[in-house]
Design a protein around this ligand. Structure first.
Ligand SMILES: [Ca+2]
Ligand SMILES: [Ca+2]
Ligand SMILES: [Ca+2]
Length: 597
């Protein structure tokens, strides 16, 4: 409330676009304050620079055209009490990012949805504190990337959140976070979503949240894949999905959470914790047609209930199933990786290991692995570090697909022709620029195409050294003993811009180096040569580096720039003085001669 009233005071003008000359010197259209009538942000006006919070009032539509960039100043938000319709397309995505030369997660605050219904299609949302904060309404996000925020998607209210063909990845904390004690039930509906490489859990779920996750991948998060941490009346459906290689458990329901899990057609594999760990009892888990294998703290552990049928459960350590309660576990018709009943029993911890526990009922069991279709998209990653290069270079794309395997990885550079890694080799960047674009994706052996295509922007190549003009100095003419000389020079650079300029000078014994400072008024680089004794010949040259470590020397074609320090008095005074002294000498000599005579 405090924030809102402050903003009201600040922005009495309803929706304003400050003229560039007056308040904003960058290119683009500055925006801030209230939008109170239907508004469209167009390619012509792009980029839109959010210099203060933008608030879309109730019943008002903000439409954003394909290809538009929205760049947020530090700490600002887009608050949507009305409607946001941001629909890009595959060649013209809509970008929500920070307005910073050094982008990092948390540079700007959030897109906050508090209205009725919102659409994001072919968008990317980067470097926010909360990429998307859902506080009310119904949200549909398709073909979008929510990456490198502190938290990808935060849900603290609302009625339904649908996300399709999108990635929520590389966020610092949670990929998706659901607040405890939601005011109403929120339906989460994910299809073909990758929630991967986040610094916290992939998904944290809480009370009053009903999730259906279909054909999705929750992989390599530095926490649990899905963490259900609070409340009851929850259902979580995991259908045809892959939950793998997370640093915590694949699925973890803690002691404060009562969730019914429905897992079908899914792989829960190679997680550092348990595949599935249920700390609380009371609600069942149903697992069918799934693979639970390679997990490092048991396959399924805790209070199980429900059933586990027609699944592959093997290679989990120390146990494939570890029962912790007095109830029996229905685990018939599964493949345990072996057909020896005694060995299967060793992989199960139950009544026969501790008579206080219920039995795991595993007979009859399958004698060959259960098979299920591959619905999971392949995943491709790159190895570019975001830094400037000064020669042509290759970016290596690596693809994985755990079910049917990768058939091919494709890419195109700067919207050029589509190439295949197996035919054309890995992408090679040879165009100078600060923003080369690499679009890439893979296809698996049953034809699942990685969607949306990954798009790597900001690929930087600068092969051109800076240019240094002929320097000038003050004083321009004679330099007196001990007089400082100010050297000024214009240096320019194509693409990566001048990083630093050095002045080197010598009196023919020692070379000194002085960093030159950029004078924003004169637009020249300047440095001082300290004073020298008379008759000293001073030589100097200038070196400049750009941000890609290209270097150039300006040394007057090897001759250096030079000046000689003159004697203390200028010639105009010295000549008469010399004449006077000569005459004086003659007089003295004559007098001396006279006195001798
Ligand atoms: Ca046992
Ligand atoms: Ca696949
Ligand atoms: Ca350059």
């Amino acid at each position: 409330m405090l924030l809102t009233s402050t903003l009201t005071l600040m922005f009495k003008v309803q929706h304003f676009a400050i003229s560039k000359a007056a308040d904003y010197s960058g290119s683009g259209t500055p925006v801030g304050g209230y939008i109170s009538e239907n508004t469209t942000w167009t390619l012509d006006g792009s980029p839109y620079i959010v210099i203060a919070d933008v608030i879309v009032e109730p019943d008002v539509h903000l439409t954003i055209d394909p290809g538009v960039s929205i760049k947020f100043k530090s700490g600002t938000s887009l608050i949507v009490d009305g409607y946001l319709v941001a629909k890009g397309n595959s060649t013209h995505t809509i970008e929500f990012t920070c307005d910073s030369a050094t982008p990092s997660p948390g540079n700007w605050n959030a897109i906050r949805f508090r209205g009725v219904r919102q659409f994001l299609d072919w968008t990317s949302i980067k470097f926010a504190s909360y990429g998307i904060s859902i506080e009310d309404g119904e949200i549909i996000i398709t073909n979008s990337l929510i990456v490198q925020n502190n938290i990808g998607v935060s849900i603290i209210g609302g009625s339904s959140v649908t996300i399709q063909n999108s990635a929520i990845s590389y966020n610092v904390g949670n990929g998706l976070y659901v607040k405890d004690w939601l005011p109403t039930t929120v339906m989460l509906n994910f299809e073909r979503v990758s929630i991967s490489y986040n610094g916290g859990p992939g998904v944290s779920m809480a009370m009053r949240c009903i999730a259906q996750i279909r054909k999705s991948a929750i992989i390599k998060n530095r926490g649990d894949g899905i963490y259900s941490y609070s409340g009851n009346f929850q259902h979580c459906y995991i259908l045809d999905s892959r939950i793998a290689e997370n640093s915590g458990h694949g699925l973890y329901q803690d002691e404060w959470s009562w969730t019914t899990w429905h897992i079908s057609g899914s792989s829960i594999v190679n997680n550092s914790g348990a595949g599935i760990y249920r700390e609380a009892d009371g609600y069942p888990i149903y697992v069918e047609n799934s693979s639970i294998k390679g997990n490092k703290n048991s396959g399924i552990m805790g209070h199980i209930g429900g059933y586990i049928h027609y699944s592959n459960i093997y290679a989990n350590a120390p146990y494939d199933i570890r029962n912790v309660e007095a109830n029996n576990v229905d685990a018939i018709n599964n493949w345990w990786g072996i057909t020896n009943e005694t060995l299967i029993r060793e992989q199960i911890y139950d009544y026969y290991d501790d008579y206080n526990l219920g039995k795991v009922l595993f007979k009859p069991f399958l004698t060959t692995p259960a098979e299920f279709p591959d619905y999971i998209l392949p995943m491709t990653s790159h190895d570019y570090d975001g830094l400037w290069r000064n020669t042509d270079f290759t970016i290596t794309l690596t693809a994985t697909d755990h079910e049917s395997g990768v058939a091919e990885t494709y890419y195109r550079i700067n919207n050029g022709p589509i190439k295949a890694v197996s035919i054309d080799g890995q992408p090679r960047i040879n165009t100078e620029g600060a923003n080369n674009i690499l679009e890439y994706w893979s296809v698996d052996n049953v034809g699942n195409e990685e969607l949306p295509h990954k798009i790597l922007t900001g690929i930087k190549l600068d092969k051109t050294a800076p240019t240094i003009d002929v320097p000038s100095r003050i004083p321009e003419g004679d330099v007196e003993p001990d007089q400082e000389v100010r050297v000024s020079v214009n240096v320019s650079d194509f693409v990566s811009e001048v990083r630093n300029v050095m002045l080197y000078y010598t009196n023919d014994t020692i070379w000194h180096s002085v960093p030159m400072a950029f004078n924003a008024t004169s637009m020249l680089w300047e440095a001082i040569i300290h004073g020298h004794m008379e008759a000293t010949q001073v030589k100097y040259r200038i070196e400049a580096y750009d941000n890609a470590e290209n270097m150039v020397v300006e040394d007057n074609a090897g001759q250096y720039y030079t000046y000689t320090v003159i004697p203390e008095f200028p010639t105009a005074l010295i000549l008469p003085l010399f004449v006077f002294l000569s005459m004086l000498a003659v007089v003295i000599v004559k007098k001396f001669k006279l006195s001798k005579e």
